[in-house]
Design a protein around this ligand. Structure first.
Ligand code: HEC
Ligand code: HEC
Length: 593
């Protein structure tokens, strides 16, 4: 066993059942079985299980191969611990989860031929833990940021797969596990060829994408860096388009997401209708390992965007769940006098940027502002790419324009996303539009808001009425215009509505501030580093414990000599000049938002 892995294993026990202590109160560790509860957010158990297990068409690795891989540090299946060592949350075996995969991992297809992939819940489900009556309480929060070390998971999966290919003994066991009673030497050789081909593309992608010297660590991921590499590098087959994904961001929370008129940390995705959501989520699946191979066609439309594993219908179902999700209520006691004092301070110092501002369509205006926080996420979003077979394609940025070569990578992504949506809704002849396609489900839900005159028309009626059909196409083009375009000034990020903010530490787009008390401390006085990854809740400072992490890469330097570009904790100085007493009052108010 490598010493580093041993450290990881030993310390992993601290996020398991046994030795949790609450940061603020020195309670003795308890040995009782932890008690898992769900925050009251408006979901039934069925909603939750559907959200945890529905495939969005993400294809990481054939499931049987994944199941047959064994760890290098101990002789156990790679996912034998339900990936708890990377911070993923366990989920019970059930009809929807026959293989007992962790929350947000799904098999696309059946167990014997399907692919393992990740879904929204792997990255957007959180849990806070605290002691009560000598028992560890685990409070599951749906839509909250994951505290997972995604990069460590990807890296270890790569390492284990390489060892499996290279070590004859390991490969023998792997082949027997995959092939079962179909095993023969010939079949094992064929498996080896397939596995080597998968591993080659997987490793190439990871080597070019993951930052070697400054890993993301727990609770962060460079989502756009990965999506851009996937689409512009791998899917278009242009090596020069790869760049290291070195601007990790904090996982955002989802309960307000469908109401904001813009989403993503940079505010780059127009939002509000289901069609916006399915566009945003299609971009995400491209990044989270969807198979996608755009090809030139002989007859118009010139590019076939339909060759992808994205499950649009499931994306629509997942988004409908998220719409119903409410912010989690604060689970501890509150001092109402302090709350009332804090309300006044909030209105003076914070509400101008963070209060929901209702728009006519029912969404909230999202302010995207430069407040002096770390520039790298914004800067990386400015990258450009060669466009290959997409050069000259119709681009939605702005509608009617053509993709140049090179072009903003944002525009490349926008072009393939809108292309894939149109392909799903209006496949070229001889195929006919399928009324149950995900994009049509989204469009029909949106009619009630934006095109009520179309609500009563059947899809067939619509397809017969060319004028109306053009109306729908124009609607799609307009609503998807400027998707991924940055709306704010240089280094501007979204000033989100803060409902439920207590459950979403660490804070700021790059996760550089561990709790609300630190956010209200002037940047020069904020801690230069802290530990990330503990789920032990700190109800006083409002965030997670920062004195220990179950992860090897859990220490995050955010200022001083050790800080890596992208990780700086500067900026957002609002409220830092308040007295301590005023700050505690403001924090009390923020707890119950
Ligand atoms: C691999 C992890 C991962 C998966 C899987 C994932 N997301 Fe995300 N999601 C992120 C990260 C990281 C961001 C922040 C990206 C950014 O803005 O730079 C994000 C951003 C978002 C946002 C914007 C939130 C805001 O307030 O700006 C929404 C909404 C969202 N995701 C919903 C979803 C849905 C729905 C799914 C599944 C269909 C999904 N995500 C799957 C990691 C993930
Ligand atoms: C001028 C506008 C503005 C004012 C005033 C303002 N904020 Fe912010 N706030 C922002 C922006 C922009 C961000 C996003 C910055 C980033 O992610 O880098 C942000 C981020 C935050 C976050 C982190 C959100 C998350 O999901 O991680 C919290 C918490 C927050 N602000 C609280 C406050 C409080 C409390 C006050 C009042 C003391 C306040 N803000 C005042 C603009 C503002």
């Amino acid at each position: 066993m490598k010493p580093s892995l041993k450290v990881l294993l030993v310390s992993c026990a601290t996020i398991g059942a046994t030795s949790l202590t609450l940061a603020q109160s020195a309670q003795p560790p308890s040995n009782a079985t932890p008690s898992l509860q769900y925050a009251n957010q408006g979901w039934t158990d069925d909603d939750r299980q559907a959200f945890y297990t529905t495939s969005q068409g993400s294809h990481m690795i054939p499931y049987l191969w994944f199941k047959a891989l064994r760890r290098l540090d101990v002789d156990e299946p790679f996912a034998g611990d339900q990936l708890v060592r990377y911070g993923y949350l366990p989920n019970d075996r059930s009809k929807l989860n026959p293989e007992g995969l962790p929350v947000g991992f799904a098999i696309d297809g059946d167990v014997s031929t399907g692919q393992l992939g990740m879904s929204c819940a792997a990255c957007h489900t959180g849990q806070v833990e605290y002691q009560k009556d000598g028992v560890t309480q685990q409070l599951r929060i749906d839509g909250a940021p994951a505290l997972t070390d995604f990069q460590a998971f990807l890296t270890d999966l790569t390492t284990v797969s390489k060892a499996t290919l290279e070590n004859a003994d390991r490969f023998g066991k792997f082949a027997h596990a995959v092939l079962g009673n179909r095993y023969s030497a010939t079949r094992a050789e064929a498996l080896k060829t397939d596995f080597a081909a998968w591993l080659k593309q997987w490793t190439t992608f990871m080597d070019r994408s993951l930052p070697a010297s400054s890993p993301w660590g727990p609770g962060r991921l460079d989502a756009f860096g990965m999506i851009f590499n996937r689409v512009a590098g791998k899917d278009l087959g242009i090596d020069a388009n790869f760049q290291t994904a070195d601007a990790p961001v904090s996982y955002p929370f989802l309960w307000n997401a469908s109401r904001q008129d813009k989403t993503q940390w940079t505010g780059g995705v127009p939002n509000g209708l289901y069609i916006n959501a399915i566009g945003r989520n299609a971009g995400e699946v491209f990044g989270v390992f969807a198979d996608f191979s755009p090809k030139k066609r002989l007859l118009p439309p010139p590019i076939d965007y339909g060759r992808s594993s994205i499950k649009f219908t499931n994306l629509q179902q997942l988004e409908e769940k998220i719409r119903a999700l409410r912010p989690p209520p604060w689970p501890f006691a509150l001092d109402q006098t302090l709350v009332d004092k804090g309300r006044v301070i909030y209105a003076q110092q914070c509400g101008g940027c963070h209060d929901p501002k209702p728009l006519p369509e029912g969404t909230w205006l999202t302010q995207v502002q430069a407040v002096g926080t770390d520039p790298r996420t914004y800067d990386n979003a400015q990258r450009t790419s060669q466009t290959g077979i997409l050069a000259g394609e119709l681009s939605p940025n702005p509608p009617g324009s053509r993709l140049s070569n090179p072009a903003a990578t944002d525009d490349v992504l926008a072009t393939v996303v809108v292309g894939a949506l149109f392909e799903d809704a209006f496949p070229p002849l001889p195929k006919l539009p399928n009324p149950n396609s995900g994009v049509w489900l989204a469009i029909r839900k949106d009619f009630s808001v934006v095109l009520p005159e179309l609500q009563k028309v059947s899809l067939l009626g619509l397809l017969r009425d060319r004028a109306m059909l053009e109306n729908v196409k124009t609607h799609l083009h307009d609503r998807l215009a400027n998707i991924y375009k940055l709306p704010g000034d240089a280094h501007a990020y979204e000033a989100r509505v803060l409902r439920g903010i207590w459950a979403t530490a660490p804070y700021l787009h790059n996760g550089s501030v561990p709790n609300l008390w630190e956010l209200l401390t002037s940047p020069a006085q904020r801690q230069p580093f802290f530990m990330v990854g503990s789920r032990t809740y700190d109800p006083k400072n409002v965030g997670f414990a920062t004195d220990a992490s179950p992860f090897k890469s859990g220490k995050l330097a955010v200022s001083g000599a050790d800080v890596q570009p992208g990780n700086g904790n500067g900026g957002h100085e609002y409220g830092t000049a308040l007295t301590d007493e005023e700050k505690w009052a403001l924090i009390e108010y923020l707890k119950q938002l």
